[in-house]
Design a protein around this ligand. Structure first.
Ligand code: SAM
Length: 199
């Protein structure tokens, strides 16, 4: 009994569940999604990213049900690969969005072997992490991002909620050879664009 209670408390303190959430993230009644996050607030301002995505292969880390990725298709990306540790959310994304340029896979970014999975491409032009970095285990975040950016050819796009703006994602990007290129203000956290420095 005591052991079960200790386990329950420890599980509750964990910042992200390795198995991923069984709950829907976005609220989008027209798509049958009844999560807590109004999808319209999430896609505000994303058109600013279109010039960075045309013709590009894109990896999105922590895509939930993929609504942002669907919204980015008019930019004309070559492909977008969304990953999330929630099987529930990835199954919904696959069901909802069937454009052949979109692909969705389950991946736990807290797992140190995550990028060894054959589901990842060796190289992406663009890597995005939008409102996810702060959810990862503190001891894993920087390493995860460095591994993702090692596969990134040209552009890194970051959104941190304002209250987490002090996290080190920008510094990790700069250490990995990316320089700040643009910043688009939006409610819920600015979109920061970094470009790989030549050489
Ligand atoms: C706040 S939501 C952001 C979703 C989307 N990127 C957006 O901006 O609307 C965070 C997402 O990250 C996912 N996530 C949390 N921890 C994760 C992990 N360890 N590995 C992969 N995805 C994770 C959650 O399941 C969730 O869908």
């Amino acid at each position: 009994m005591l052991r079960r209670m200790v386990d329950m408390v420890a599980t509750r303190r964990r910042p992200s569940r390795p198995s991923g959430s069984n709950r829907t993230y976005y609220n989008a009644p027209h798509l049958g999604l009844d999560g807590h996050m109004d999808y319209r607030s999430r896609i505000v301002g994303f058109e600013a990213l279109y010039p960075y995505l045309a013709g590009q292969s894109v990896l999105d880390l922590g895509c939930a049900e993929g609504l942002i990725l669907d919204h980015l298709l008019p930019a004309g990306p070559a492909s977008i690969h969304g990953v999330d540790n929630s099987q529930h959310r990835i199954e919904a994304a696959r069901r909802l969005f069937t454009d052949p340029r979109l692909r969705f896979d389950v991946a736990d970014l807290n797992d140190p072997t995550c990028f060894q999975s054959s589901s990842f491409a060796a190289r992406y032009d663009v890597v995005m992490i939008l409102g996810v970095y702060q959810h990862l285990l503190a001891e894993r975040r920087a390493q995860m991002l460095a591994e993702a950016l090692a596969r990134c050819g040209s552009t890194f796009i970051l959104r941190l909620p304002r209250i987490h703006a002090d996290l080190d994602a920008g510094a990790v990007a700069q250490h990995a050879g990316f320089a700040p290129k643009a910043r688009f203000e939006r409610p819920g956290g600015d979109l920061q664009v970094f470009a790989r420095a030549p050489g």
